[in-house]
Design a protein around this ligand. Sequence first.
Ligand code: SAM
Length: 367
Amino acid sequence: MERFEIFLVAPPGLEAVLTEEAGARGFDAPVAVPGGVTVQGGWPEVWRANLELRGAGRVLARLGSFMAFHLAQLDKRARRFPWAEVLRPDVPVRVEATCKRSKIYHAGAAAQRVETAIREKLGAPVLAEAELVVRVRIEANEVTLSVDTSGAPLHRRGFKEAVGKAPMRETLAALMLWRCGYRGDEPVVDPMCGSGTFVIEAAEIAAGLAPGRARSFAFERLATFDPAAWAGMRREAEPAEVAHRFVGSDRDAGAVRMSSANAERAGVAQLCDFACHAVSDAMPPEGPPGLVIVNPPYGGRVGNKKPLYGLYAALGDVLRARFGGWRVGLVTSEAGLAAATRLPFAPPAAPIAHGGLRVQLFRTGAL
Ligand SMILES: C[S@@+](CC[C@H](N)C(=O)[O-])C[C@H]1O[C@@H](n2cnc3c(N)ncnc32)[C@H](O)[C@@H]1O
């Protein structure tokens, strides 16, 4: 397996944004498909995707595919598959299967056939709690075998111990920042920062720190892993000189403590300023304008919706009065709440599923 298809999982609705990020980071032939982005490459690209992509939720390596019209055929072809080229006999695996528009319709039975093939042909233990996952997708009778090379989802950067009531996933925050045109060369303010996700992501991007620099990945337990090559890839570049500040505030003192602790662990505390005050006291840092990005409370998740209209209106007033020249990105679940800010938003893109809610990103040009 020199080159194969690599599948980058994206939150539905943000596939096009992840496609842009993958292209900008030099991945070959990125194509948006429902639920993710395909790129072409080999194992080094799989490692680099896990290490460097900020928006991908997972990285799957497509191992191969074949047709199977019934379980006996799946059984036979799965046994012929060269598992030893990818998996190790000493590393436990589990198999997850999905079936769509296929003669094989029982996902559990399909998974079990592939598990048996791996256990009997390779000798690897198959355990329900195994961290390494082989994915079997059967669609229109075509069986595609992939391995999840990430392990824990990639929004777990490995720094955040403290999270608030409704934290934004880091991968989603990174894609929102990207969508707002943020590339690391301007200041960023979040006046309702919660656990600090936007501010810390933005500071890491500015400093050129790879999101996966401190965590481990499932690919380290594959037969294809090359520890020396990985160590070389992961060796940290000198942090870039950063001229801008990354500012978070929240009226909740616990949230501000969390943000500071998270920034400290991520190694960007020196670039960030966190303060405890209400959004009505938010001020831009000195220097050129940049991006305000914020996800205020949304009714569906953190409480009742009615009082929120006043809060959104106050946010809009503050931004219009003090943040001239800044762009605004606002993430919320209700177009009506966004409208309550009376900020000049462009029409939003389609909603994005986030923690049981559908959220939208509302963006302005420079105020
Ligand atoms: C949805 S959470 C933000 C989550 C954050 N993006 C994160 O990733 O953790 C909304 C935040 O707004 C804060 N908040 C609510 N009303 C506020 C106000 N009037 N002034 C400042 N912050 C406020 C809450 O304390 C909460 O932390």
